[in-house]
Write a protein of this length. Sequence first.
Length: 101
Amino acid sequence: MAELDRSVTTLTPDSAEADRQGTPGDADAGLDLADNDRANALVEVATQQRQQVIAALRRIDEGSYGRCVSCGEALSDGRLEAKPEASRCMKCQSQSESAMR
């Protein structure tokens, strides 16, 4: 958890520094925007993963860890090894992702 917290903090740009680094007249403004977009995407991913880890720890405390939050079936050992914070079985995860599109 501490590692995820450090990642989020490290990746989040200091607003004062970001203001100093680029102005609309800079020749590299497009590159600065792309770099900021990339950094923001990394922060978003790290933040989401942190939230998933917190939710998994909560499920451990509740005694429901390792069970799909959608269908209640046990998650496979392989799924939990690959993604310990997983909350859904592969079938339900696929359905959830399809519904979001």
